[in-house]
Design a protein around this ligand. Structure first.
Ligand code: HPA
Ligand code: ZN
Length: 326
């Protein structure tokens, strides 16, 4: 069987996916029209042509600008529903979905509107498409820790709808330690913990160390720079902390997919996984990300299976969902 068809046929588990990063240009136009907004582009192609990111910061500018069209509960529903349909078409059986409430509350869209729209799509996805999902609330690390704490408290009435918390956005000058109190409180509230340590960021290895030793995360998003620290690799393995890597995203914000690093970590026994991050911006959902790694490295069928096994192992899925992959 060719690797292409293995990728097509593999039951998939996606662990690193920003729902706002699935906002395709076509849907941007629909939502802009519905909300009476004028986009500064005439066509879908114009929007795609404007995606010229060279690093994380330049990507984030376009990512937040794009969210302006998300206003109503129905908008968030439509956004999440479109992702669930796409994921299902690629054989995703289970996905953990990040959302960035502060990217919306900071521009006047209430938390409640955001989460209710996404939640309704998750329930419809389960019923109508058979895809299971979990929701992870990310704090924006370039805002103050106090705002993250206020967001954490605001989430508590919806505690049952959220499985964990994460940390994303601009990493420069915003280390994990800035959010130590917020994550400690989140842990007390029963949330599982993950944080982005984006590829090739300043102080990346120190950020990874803080995540593991000071914050006590359950998982790390990206985290591939750990490859330069044998001690931290051992620590990841000892604690069973997995990495959610995103090859196509890496190629936009750094120099290449880091496929060789992903393979090296896989061979060293780290629980690495392959995911899509912000597919509408970077141009690849999970199948294209697996294919990108496959094309560069010629992964064996066994490697591809191991990547998906790792994903389900380090996922925060309930036991019955984990069993459905066996
Ligand atoms: N890194 C940091 N913040 C983000 C990302 C990312 O890859 N995607 C959306 N917000
Ligand atoms: Zn991400």
């Amino acid at each position: 069987m060719s690797s292409e068809s293995i990728i097509d046929r593999l039951p998939k588990c996606e662990l690193h996916l920003h729902i706002e990063g699935t906002l395709e240009p076509e849907l941007k136009f629909v939502l802009a029209k519905r909300n009476g907004l004028q986009l500064p582009y005439d066509t879908v192609e114009d929007i795609r042509a404007a995606y010229q990111f060279s690093d994380l910061t330049s990507f984030l500018v376009g990512y937040y600008d794009g969210m302006e069209v998300l206003r109503t509960e129905q908008d968030f529903y439509d956004l999440a529903w479109a992702y669930l349909e796409k994921a299902t078409s690629q054989g995703v059986l289970y996905a953990e979905i990040f959302f960035d409430p502060q990217a919306h509350t900071s521009r006047g869209v209430p938390f409640d509107i955001v989460i209710r729209g996404i939640r309704r799509a998750q329930l419809d996805g389960e019923r109508q498409l058979g895809i299971q999902t979990g929701l992870i609330m990310c704090f924006l690390r370039d805002f103050q820790a106090e705002y993250a704490m206020a967001t954490l408290l605001e989430s508590l009435p919806y505690r049952k709808w959220i499985i964990g918390v994460g940390l994303d956005s601009d990493e420069r000058g915003n280390p994990p330690s800035k959010f130590a109190r917020v994550f400690s409180r989140a842990r007390q509230e029963g949330y599982l913990l993950t944080m982005h340590c984006d590829v090739d960021q300043e102080n990346s290895v120190e950020h990874i160390r803080q995540c593991i030793e000071d914050i006590g995360v359950d998982r790390i998003d990206h985290g591939t720079n750990v490859v330069s620290s044998p001690e931290l690799i051992d620590e990841l393995k000892r604690r069973g902390i997995g990495l959610t890597c995103c090859p196509i995203s890496n190629s936009w914000v750094s120099d290449g997919t880091k496929s060789a690093v992903i393979k090296s970590l896989l061979d060293q026994g780290v629980k690495v996984t392959v995911n899509s991050d912000d597919p509408a911006y970077f141009g690849g959902y999970i199948a294209e990300n697996l294919a990108a790694v496959q094309a560069e490295l010629g992964l064996t069928a066994q490697d591809l299976v191991t990547l998906q096994r790792n994903a389900i192992d380090i996922s925060w899925a309930p036991p019955e969902v984990k069993h459905s992959f066996r």
